[in-house]
Design a protein around this ligand. Sequence first.
Ligand code: EPZ
Length: 420
Amino acid sequence: MDKFLIEGGVPLEGEIEVSGAKNSALPALAACLLTEEPVTLRRIPLVRDVQTMLQLLERCGASVHSEDGVLRVQAAEIVHPEAPYELVKTMRASSLVLGPLAARCGRARVSLPGGCAIGARPINLHLAGLEQLGARLSQEHGYIVAEAPNGLRGATVHFDRITVTGTEDLLMAAVLAEGETVLSNAAREPEVVDLAALLTQMGARIEGAGTSTIRVQGVRRLHGADHAIIADRIEAGTFLIAGAITRGRLVVRRCEPAHLTSLLHKLRQAGVEVTEAGPDTLAVRVPGKLISVDATTEEYPGFATDLQAQYMALMTQAHGISIITETIFENRFMHVLELARMGANIRVEGRQAIVAGPTPLSGAAVIASDLRASASLVLAGLAARGQTVLDRVYHIDRGYEKIEEKLARAGARIRRISEL
Ligand code: EPZ
């Protein structure tokens, strides 16, 4: 298992370029199953979760050609409309093929995702929505089978709670359903809007993406498209915090500032100076003291749960007490104990973590537990005195493209140790 070796205490200087959004790439790849024509997707990040999704598409029968982040996918014929356990267990977002397969083939057999470090993360809302669209569901041997031999029919689908991939799954099912579908209490994330843009390019008829109510007029078939996905707002936010926690002067390029409003607001309240140095460029520095500021995670456009762990690392260096509340997942404080081992003063009470700062961090051997917790530990390692060894970096490779190379180009003393 690979490890990262980090020598902390070096302010990051210079520029870092953001990749395409992992959480846009995954639904966009699943959408390729909706047409027999070739789809070209650009700015796809070469991260583990994307590799897993590509394996899944090939397993279904699609052909995949990948070159420098430009992917050409063609699902001319779907021979196996299914997502096997051995792939789903490594990436729960495999459930994104449920909607497209049910819509395209009238049948889908997808392994139920197992548990996950950050929470139970059921897909009951995906399944309830598919039933609303006329699919007949059954469960066997840990698999969900969805059948719609006569095709899906449009309906009003209300989500009991906002779900990002649930919205995306049902959006992809609805575009080929007969008649109108209304998705109510839909997720408003930029990745949902990006998926709707791709589907519209493929010939779908969608209104309201980015709002809580999305209306879809089903069409009989979709055609190919050529689409560049949006920048990864979570990667961009992670790098902004890296610049702040190391008290460097960092420029983050090819990002989308409009997708980072809640984080930028929080960072500025905390004494971080973030300036727009161009339409897709943000510059970050910390002129004075870092100040503790509370944060509560919410669905977009609120403070992103995927930035909670990274923000907590920053708050360990801020003056005062900050209360960080996680409302989206029930177990997303796995990074707290590891940060504490590096010297952080954090107390967890249910859904809240109380951070008292600033506390000097010292490098330590730490273990990554999930994707964003790993990022938080890298940030803490960059700020800590001495050496940090981060184990199980496969977690971070799931969602960050060559993060150690990007950080090293900005002056970080970080390198990967590959162990057989
Ligand atoms: C997406 O996961 C992201 N993944 C997650 O990013 C992100 O943390 C999450 O949205 C929230 O923003 C992708 O887009 C691939 P949800 P998703 O369905 O769709 C509950 C990362 O780090 N729920 O919006 O799985 C669920 O348990 C990853 O890149 C149900 O109860 O999240 C959670 O508590 C981690 N039933 C809440 O809703 C359902 O059927 C929000 O989950 C679906 C969800």
